[in-house]
Each structure stands twice: as C-alpha cells, then as structure tokens.
Design a protein around this ligand. Structure first.
Ligand code: ADP
Length: 494
C-alpha cells in the first residue's frame, strides 16, 4: 500500500484567504477561497479587519479539507503564505487587534517617510534592511499605529501589545496565542530587520520609536512553529513565507540566478542571489529568500510593479469594455499590432525601476480608429513592458535571467505571455499548476516533516507546463520599446 501524505497551504492574499491541499506529487487535491472586506477610510488609505481575515482563513480551511475527502489525520503539515508588509497590532491578553490592519498598499505614512529621508537615514536603511524608505513597508505603519491609536504606545511599552505581519497573526491565533513568531522572509519586509546580522535592528527601532518587546521571534521558513487543531487533529505548522518568496520557492528557483515573475494585481520579479546580497540600486531592493532551518541565509533581488493585473480590472470595472479579465485576451488577439497606442498604467505612480510617485497614467498615440481591442492590447502589453524594464535592470545588475518563470492570475493570458517572450527576447515558462504561491508554503512545510526529503526530490515533481519562445525580429522589438520609453517619459514629466 502506498502511503499518500498531504500538505495544507494557507494562502492569505490581499483580497481573499485561500486554502489549497496538495498531495506528495505537488498536485492540487482541493481548494477553497473566501473574500474579505477591503476598507478604504480615506483617499490612499487601505485597511483590513484582522479578525475577519482569520475567520475567512478558517472557513476556507474547513471547506477545503471537508470537500477533499481527506482525513485531517492524513495531513502531515501546514504552511502559511501571506500578503506581505500588512501590519497588525493586538492585545496579547484579549487577542483583540487594537485597530484595523494597515495594508501594504496604504500610503498614509508617506509623510513619515519623507521626514526620514530628510533625516538622512536612506543609506542606513538600504545597508541594514535592503529596502528603500517607502510607506509600502511595515515599519512606518507600526509607528503610525503607536503614534495615533489612543494609549497604544503606553500599552506597547508595558508589554501588553504584540506586532506581527499577517503570517504572525494567523500563527498566533492558530496556536491559541502560544506562539508569537514570524519567518525571515516576512521580517525582511518590515524595514526593521538587519538582513546581514539576521536580527531586529536596534537603531531602526530607535529611529521609528518602536518597543522591541512587541516584535515576534524570527525563524527560518521551514521548521516547527507550533501545532493547531484542524477538525480534531493536531497538525504541525512548519512553513511560513511571504507570498513572493513563497512563489519563488514554489517555482523551484532554489539556485542563484533563477527568477520568477508573479503576474497578479501587481507584478513581482524576484531573482535568487544565493548567499550573496545584491545592492539596493537601479530601483531593485533586497529581500530574504525562504530557507530551511539550519541553512545559511539566502537572498533575492526584487523588483515590484504596482499596477499589472490591476489595469485589466480597470478595463473591466471602470471602462466596462470587457466583462472578465480573461476576455482581454481574445480582444487583444483581434488586432495585428498595437496601432501605435501605448498605455502606461501609473495609477499610483510607478514602482520599480522608476519609483516615481508623481507619475500618472496615460494613453498615447490614439487615432479616431482606436477601438476597445487596441486598448485591451495596449493594457496587456503595458504589463509586459513593465516586466521587461525589470528584466533589463536585473540583467544590468548582473543577473543573467536565462528564462522567466511566470505564475499568478494574469499568467493564464497566452497573448500576454507570448508578447512577454517576444519583447524580452527570452523564454517564458509556466508551471503545470498556477498555484506557485500556495505550493511554496506547502513545500516548506512538507520539507520540515519529511514529506519531501530535500529540494532535489521536489525539483523532479515541478513539471513545466507551457513554454513561450520569442518570435519577433529585433527591429520590431526596438521600435516598440522606443515607443514605450517615450510614453513612460511623458507620464513622468506630466
Ligand atoms: P492577487 O494575488 O494579486 O489577488 P491573482 O494572482 O489572483 O492576484 O491575479 C488576479 C489579477 O490577474 C487580477 O488583477 C486580474 O485582473 C488579472 N487576471 C486574471 N486572469 C487574467 C487573464 N486571463 N488575463 C489578464 N489578466 C488576468
């Protein structure tokens, strides 16, 4: 009799909590998903209710396991992957969050960031944390909560409050308040973590006025964190990684030089740099990659694009020219070329490699004949152009990126994937299952309990699905890239 073991991945994203059950061949056995509320209290502010997130996560776990037909006692381990940077502060006695979680997209701390830049600490932040000073990361969000929620600072200093990113919050809840820990991939997104020394940085805590007693213990991404009860069975939680590092692992990018791009609401291109830290330059930042207990710390270079799939949602929800995201593909395919039209989706400024908060979105080159199909095409092409900008800076920073491994919702769009291969003159590979983010957490958890012996045992199971190969002549490519660059320049000087 063959003993099949299962691993459960809790994939807590920005808009929904999902749970995916994998078997030991890395195949998806069952999946469930629950959306939760997006709270926009003011222009540029984004919040979540952490209690709701936990409830939705639990509901998706129950549904996923129940419909799989798998007995909870056959689940060997649980892995958690999460939206990164989102900041939760709760009372350790009552378990109640003291305010809504501040979401990674929230720009409320832009002023705090400007003040920090004015104090001349940018180089220190880059050297210690691998990041740029930006409202995107957790540190200033935590400071904001301590400065603005009544009595928060006094309670934090007294040791009554705990801070965590969403992985840490879920782990604390799942273990009945016993374990207050996170993993290095999440810690590296707080702007409070000394990447090279591998510990919280006292000077950053000092600069942001954050009491050390509220911070979680930081561990590797694959080890025993604690136990949780799933429908009467005690199951070990043994894997934690932020969503992008989890996808890097789930795509099997274990060696230096291997890279993946996740095409979701935004796009995140990460290249594993092994045990060597890259520099914070050319718009790229440094982040901890997922590693197992006892292994040396590994790093990744990261480029973040804020609007990717979001531009397709915009076509659907604001312009109403498509009914579903998938429809953008058939419409783009109706036209032979872009008709000279470029769309730059700088809705919230531009992320890497430009990091320009003042840039605004625009469409260029329209004629009276420009129609919905061309707009769809220009929107999809904009995702590939932005990714190509990152590939370019990655290459000039010394990462060869021999091919691009793609995943995420918009990677299901074959027009986009072919255009990416063409415009970047590189092969684009898709995994058999697009669930790379959840799979990464499952692999990290399974490795800790021996479902998989080591990375080589996993590599053999990560079969590649479709491969897109470049099919565009160099002259055409240069012409299109020139048009894109001119459009970006215009958006940035608007
Ligand atoms: P996230 O984890 O950021 O919520 P997902 O990986 O679930 O993102 O992908 C959702 C995003 O991908 C949405 O912005 C959606 O518009 C886009 N998307 C999904 N399917 C397609 C498609 N076939 N073509 C283009 N975009 C798509």
């Amino acid at each position: 009799m063959i003993l099949i073991k299962y691993v459960l991945a809790l994939d807590e994203g920005t808009t929904s909590a999902r749970t995916v059950l994998f078997d030991s061949d890395c195949r998806v056995v069952s999946m469930a998903q629950r959306e939760f509320t997006q709270i926009y209290p003011k222009e540029g502010w984004v919040e979540h209710n952490a209690v709701e997130i936990y409830a939705m996560q639990l509901a998706s776990v129950t549904e996923c396991v129940a419909k799989s037909g798998v007995s909870p006692s056959d689940i060997a381990a649980i892995g958690i992957t999460n939206q990164r940077e989102t900041t939760v502060v709760w009372d350790k006695h009552t378990g109640e969050p003291i305010c809504n979680a501040i979401v990674w997209q929230c720009r409320r701390t832009a002023d705090i960031c400007e003040q920090l830049q004015g104090r001349g600490v940018s180089d220190y932040v880059a050297e210690k944390t691998g990041l740029r000073i930006d409202a995107y990361f957790s540190g200033t969000k935590l400071k904001w909560i301590l400065d603005n929620v009544p009595d928060a600072r006094r309670r934090a200093e007294k040791g009554d409050l705990l801070f965590g990113t969403v992985d840490c919050w879920l782990l604390w809840k799942l273990t009945g308040g016993k374990i207050h820990a996170t993993d290095r991939t999440n810690a590296s997104r707080t702007m409070l973590y000394d990447l090279s020394a591998d510990r919280w940085d006292d000077k950053m805590l000092d600069i942001l006025d954050i009491p050390a007693c509220m911070l979680p213990e930081v561990r590797s991404s694959s080890e025993l964190f604690g136990f949780t009860d799933i429908m009467g069975s005690q199951i070990p939680v043994c894997g934690i990684a932020g969503d992008q590092q989890s996808a890097l692992f789930g795509q099997g990018c274990f060696e230096a030089g291997e890279a993946k791009n996740t095409y979701g609401t935004g796009c995140f291109l990460l290249a594993n740099t092994g045990t060597k830290r890259s520099e914070v330059k050319n718009g790229l930042i440094v982040t901890a990659a997922a590693t197992c207990k006892g292994e040396p710390v590994q790093y990744a270079a990261e480029g973040s694009i804020f609007a990717a799939g979001a531009v397709i949602q915009w076509l659907r929800d604001e312009l109403h020219i498509i009914k579903s995201s998938a429809q953008s593909e058939e419409m783009a395919m109706q036209t032979d070329n872009n008709g000279g039209v470029y769309l730059v989706p700088a809705f919230v400024g531009m992320g890497a490699p430009y990091w320009d908060m003042r840039a605004r979105a625009a469409i260029f080159g329209m004629t009276r004949g420009t129609d919905r199909n061309i707009l769809c095409r220009a929107a999809l092409e904009s995702i590939a152009y932005q990714t190509n900008d990152l590939i370019r800076v990655m290459r000039s920073a010394g990462f060869p990126l021999k091919c691009l491994k793609a995943d995420g919702g918009a990677s299901q769009n074959s027009f986009l994937m072919q255009f990416q291969a063409d415009i970047s003159d590189t092969d684009v590979l898709l995994p058999v299952s697009p669930e790379a983010t959840a799979l990464g957490a499952a692999l990290l958890a399974g490795l800790a309990v021996g479902v998989w012996r080591d990375r080589s045992a996993i590599k053999g199971k990560l079969a590649t699905g479709i491969k897109y190969t470049p099919n565009m002549d160099a002259f055409e490519r240069e012409k299109l890239l020139d048009g894109w660059q001119r459009a970006v320049l215009a958006c940035r000087s608007f």
